[in-house]
Write a protein that binds this ligand. Sequence first.
Ligand code: PMV
Length: 304
Amino acid sequence: MTVAIGWGKIILLGEHAVVYGYPALAAALDRGVTISPVPTPAGGTLRLDIAAWNIAVKATDDHPVARSHAPIADNHGLGRPALTLVGDAQIPPGAGLGSSAALAVAIARALLSHARQPPTVAAISAAAAASETLLHGKPSGVDVALAIAGGIGVFRKSTGLRSFVTAPLRVLVGPSGEPRSTAAMVGRVAEATSSAPDDARLSELGNLTDTGTVALLARELAGLGAAMNRAHVVLADLGVSTPQLDSLCEAARVTGAYGAKLTGAGGGGAVIAIAPRDREAAILTEWRAAGVTGFVATISPAQT
Ligand code: PMV
């Protein structure tokens, strides 16, 4: 049986600005969502079953997960085959780690493989984007691009993902557990900037992506961390941080991180930090004391 994967992701720099055409530095996590298409011998309709997220729905159900994922089967022209898409997830849902794109990509891959259609990037990405558009309104596409490609790269709406090769990078990830809505946060930034792409804060976020990427490629992690710290301040000024995200980032910095910031849409979700190896355990302990169970993800170049 084929197992299809969609990678989770973090945005190191450039979230929100990426919606307005600026670059974002983003990386797939070494974990995500897997889906196996299992034929349902008794027949019936398409089902999705992910025990780790307490999801068990039929494509025909009046349920947000069913409504947002049925378009993937439609995009492939598959109707509602008698299949159960059995999933497993190693990332939390709704935490700013690209869970919805990872799920959409894994489902798109699983259905293509079941239908023996070629798993081209174009087919996977069109189907996953149909689902993401229903969930988020006008996604930039960064989540889907990373969920498909894995690895690390710079994403722009105009050019897509440009992957690059770098030495493995360790990133501390702290899912805050605070619920949030990507669409609401994108709306908040639109209000704060009057949707003007030349807003100085958006262009600063874009510049920070450039300086952070140059620092990462030169393996100057302190420079990358400084760009992340500044990006967090700018994102907070745009109204998408929370007291909890601010304090998790501050705890990481005072415990020795090179840099820390919220990742993804904000308003809750997750924080990330880059730190010297010998400070990682202490940062995770600080986060745990604040009620957050973090983990260290290793960002590696894509394998394929
Ligand atoms: O929080 P997430 O994983 O949904 O990330 C959203 C990233 C944004 O830049 C805020 C929106 C987008 O479509 O790129």
